[in-house]
Design a protein around this ligand. Sequence first.
Ligand SMILES: Cc1cn([C@H]2C[C@H](O)[C@@H](COP(=O)(O)OP(=O)(O)O[C@H]3O[C@H](C)C(=O)[C@H](O)[C@H]3O)O2)c(=O)[nH]c1=O
Length: 188
Amino acid sequence: MSRFTLIETGIGGLRIVERQRLGDERGFLSRLFCAEELASAGWDKPVAQINHTWTQARGTVRGLHFQRPPHAEMKLVTCLRGAVWDVGLDLRAGSPTFLHWRAVELSADNGRALLIPQGFAHGFQALTDDCELLYLHSAPYAAQAEGGLSATDPALGINWPLPIALRSGRDERHPGVTPEFTGLDLNS
Ligand SMILES: Cc1cn([C@H]2C[C@H](O)[C@@H](COP(=O)(O)OP(=O)(O)O[C@H]3O[C@H](C)C(=O)[C@H](O)[C@H]3O)O2)c(=O)[nH]c1=O
């Protein structure tokens, strides 16, 4: 009996993962990850790296980040403290939903995760102070393959729910999409 319910987002492979919590008088147990159960969700590689971020201020935006092939990675993003508005953006070359994005609220209360396939950019906005996220990555960090797009690019039209309170200098300097950008070729 799977502990996960997968919800399609309308963008192929980008899925919301609802977790079943097993509660009792002490509290609950929740399964964060299961290779066997999430294979059907498209997580078909070992976990290569696990990251933990803390974002102090409500309104902060991190992203939009991606790794270029052959370092493209899947991410399973879960919020363990506070709440975030989490965005997956399809950058797959030739995808019928190229440059389309979906957002979902992840929170410590709802325990859900966003499963982000290879070829996507990821970003989020903190909806509360003191947000902590746990990231499972299917590929190791490869600084030389890192890419970023502007979270405020009008061509993407991401309607962040709050005024953007803070971004890193690097995130503020990410470019917008250009006509020359045809996406990430996952076969390269
Ligand atoms: C992603 C990553 C970064 N780093 C180093 C690179 C920088 O020296 C420092 C902070 O990196 P950055 O500002 O890119 O981190 P975030 O902006 O918090 O990126 C995070 O938020 C966005 C929304 C994401 O999708 C990233 O995957 C996630 O890591 O950690 C590492 O050492 N390992 C890593 O896996």
